[in-house]
Design a protein around this ligand. Structure first.
Ligand SMILES: [Zn+2]
Length: 308
């Protein structure tokens, strides 16, 4: 036993890396049958290209030695034969997975493709299974007040839910879809319906248009404004909005645009919101999820559905 310890100051970046290592360790202690996503740098030791672990362990090697099939790209995931593979780990990026908008065609699979393969593997377990799928970067794009990536990643998450619904039998499967919190993004009302966002139409990413005339609606300074904006975030003009170039559909729907905010914050520092969030449940036991509830209750209800 060590009886004394020396507390040394630790910088935030080091703390985050140690925490990420610990999160990976907690995941693996559970011995999941399937684990997929980004973050390979926290599985690999310093010295291996891209590795960040400080304890010298190479968890990819350890997982393979422990009987896991390891894949690192979309082709590898596609090649997994679920009739032969019972345990698989897929790490498709050293850091976070790319946003759906930036995801290339070959390196990273989509969230729906990962979900489909995970269910193909897990559903062969006669005892049933629990699968958690997270659209984890919707939150990141919202912190950056970059609505286009938030919305596109939300659509990718929606595709993953549909892929799951296409696979499972809802007579014996419960699907619960929810979020862990709100953000401060709002839809400014009284806009003409914009239709879907396409290469030639900004859709909801554009500026508010008058329902009758279709012309851009104006704020109190006679300036156009976007349908989506944030309570707080990095893009707030210093001074009057009338000093900025009039906002257009092309500007507001460009991939690099960050929506305007009411309160000025630092880069990527938009906050979570305090609004109630939605929870949708389908399938066996879905009727347990009714009304307004404290978020921690969801854990208890999922546990109950699993029979614990
Ligand atoms: Zn967040």
């Amino acid at each position: 036993m060590r009886r004394t310890s020396i507390v040394q100051p630790i910088d935030e970046a080091t703390l985050i890396e140690l925490t990420q290592d610990a999160i990976v360790d907690q995941f693996l202690a559970l011995e999941p049958d399937v684990l997929m996503g980004g973050g390979a740098q926290y599985f690999l030791p310093k010295g291996v290209p891209g590795g960040k672990r400080t304890d010298g362990r190479n968890l990819v090697d350890e997982l393979v030695a422990g009987g896991y099939t390891y894949v690192a790209d979309k082709a590898g995931l596609t090649a997994i034969d679920p009739t032969r593979v019972t345990r698989a780990v897929g790490l498709f990026n050293l850091s976070h997975l790319n946003y759906e908008l930036d995801r290339g065609p070959t390196a990273e699979p989509s969230l729906a493709e990962m979900t489909t393969k995970a269910i193909d593997i897990l559903s062969r377990n006669q005892g049933g299974y629990f699968l958690m799928v997270e659209g984890g970067r919707i939150d990141h794009a919202l912190h950056a007040t970059n609505a286009i990536r938030a919305v596109t990643d939300a659509v990718a998450f929606d595709d993953a839910i549909q892929a799951a619904l296409d696979k499972v039998d809802l007579a014996n499967t419960l699907i619960v879809v929810t979020a862990d919190h709100d953000h401060t993004m709002v839809i400014n009302g009284y806009s003409r319906r914009a239709g879907p966002t396409t290469p030639t139409s900004a859709g909801i990413l554009g500026v508010v248009k008058d329902i009758v005339t279709g012309e851009p609606s104006r704020d109190a300074e006679n300036m156009p404004y976007s349908v989506l904006s944030f309570g707080n975030g990095e893009n707030r003009v210093a001074g009057a909005r009338s000093t900025m170039p009039p906002l257009t559909d092309d500007v507001a729907s460009a991939p690099g645009y960050h929506q305007e905010a009411g309160v000025k914050m630092g880069l990527e520092s938009e906050t979570h919101g305090g609004g109630d969030i939605m929870l949708m449940a389908s399938g066996a036991g879905a009727t347990r999820f009714k009304g307004t509830m404290v978020n921690t209750r969801v854990f208890a209800l999922v546990k109950q559905a699993l029979g614990f």
